[in-house]
Design a binder for this molecule. Structure first.
Ligand code: MG
Length: 368
């Protein structure tokens, strides 16, 4: 089987509510999605998506994905898409780095491989847990009152996992954490996501002031060096996501004991093929996981769900789904959708959902 064509679409995904990252930083109201259709000489078509969380969150942006695909397309054409490791190597040679641009092609190849095998991607990868995956909310509120009301809205939809965005003023963060913990329901998983918002001293002050609560923090500081520097000065479980990019990052975090949880972002790390190795490092070191696409449509959520289904249930904390935050519906309502706060693995071979091409408009590029 050979790849005979790549067709690229650009799609705006407006957010339901304007969204602020921790501490009121980085406001978004629309995501720039790139959809890639990969065609083969066997008549099987795969789809991939790359949707960065804006262009100010991490080093990734929509136009960069499309430029990266333009550079890589001549090298990818003619490859067997089922040999995902070969496609990965060819892309890494054609364009070192730029992992976020490779992720949609990798995703489309897994989609084709799954369809060829007659298996959902998660089963093809050797996993395939059918335990419904908890969806983590994304609570971008600012005050304690707003936080309560946003969490109530999510709880009404069945959510039992919450990512509460903090990382502003130290005293304000401490007060909000105490308020959320006071109203936490039994069985809920709550992660306080700092999104790199604290300096080292700010992180230590909040961690020490909330030490009695037994909470966990995600990405408390800007870099792995910052997280390492304060590691022995507190006793709080830490999750790392934005600075978990490469397999080397994963190995360093595991070896040096920098985090107890990985937040694997598929677009950030370059797709399913590379994410699967990071997952294995986590499993080998007793590190639990959150999985998310980074952002995007139901296709991106489906990709994250497939990887999540390859993680043994006790080590999979939650997935994050972007679909509840955007208003665009590019797959006609098909694909894994929120059912009482959970996603169910599609039984359809491959990714399990393809977009309506009519909803995407005209392609922005066709290769060859
Ligand atoms: Mg995070």
């Amino acid at each position: 089987m050979k790849i005979t064509g790549l067709t690229v679409y650009q799609c705006d995904l407006p957010s339901e509510h304007p969204y602020w990252l921790s501490g009121g930083r980085l406001k978004f109201d629309c995501l720039d999605a790139t959809l890639v259709k990969v065609e083969t000489d066997a008549g099987i078509t795969g789809w991939g998506e790359g949707t960065p969380w804006g262009h100010t969150y991490v080093p990734a942006h929509g136009p960069g994905i499309r430029a990266g695909i333009e550079t890589m397309a001549p090298f990818v054409l003619g490859l067997d898409p089922r040999r995902v490791l070969e496609v990965e190597r060819v892309m890494d040679l054609a364009l070192p780095g730029h992992l976020y641009a490779k992720s949609p092609i990798d995703m489309a190849c897994w989609d084709i491989a799954g369809q060829t095998a007659g298996l959902p991607i998660a089963d093809l990868m050797g996993g395939g847990s059918r335990t419904p995956a908890r969806i983590a909310s994304s609570v971008g509120a600012k005050t304690a009152e707003e936080t309560r009301s946003v969490m109530a809205r999510y709880r009404d939809r069945g959510y039992v996992a919450h990512s509460v965005k903090i990382g502003g003023d130290v005293d304000h963060d401490i007060a909000r954490i105490r308020d959320v913990e006071a109203t936490k329901l039994p069985g809920e998983i709550i992660l306080y996501d700092v999104n790199r918002g604290w300096t080292r001293q700010q992180a230590l002050r909040v961690m020490r002031a909330t030490d009695d609560l037994g909470v966990m923090f995600e990405q408390p500081c800007e870099s792995l060096d910052d997280i390492a520097a304060i590691r022995l000065l507190h006793s709080v479980p830490v999750s790392v996501d934005e600075t978990l990019v490469t397999l080397r990052d994963a190995c360093r975090i595991a070896r040096d004991g920098l985090a107890e949880v990985f937040g694997i972002k598929l677009n950030r790390v370059g797709g399913l093929t590379k994410a699967a190795r990071i997952r294995d490092v986590a499993l080998a070191h007793g590190i639990d996981m959150f999985v998310m696409a980074t952002g995007g449509s139901v296709l991106a959520d489906a990709e994250a769900l497939h990887l999540a289904a390859t993680i043994p249930d006790p080590h999979r904390l939650a997935v994050w789904a972007c679909q509840d935050m955007i208003t665009a519906e590019i797959a006609g309502g098909r694909g894994p959708h929120n059912t009482d706060g959970h996603l169910h693995l599609p039984e359809t071979p491959g990714l399990g959902v393809h977009p309506d091409q009519g909803a995407l408009g005209d392609p922005v590029a066709i290769y060859p």
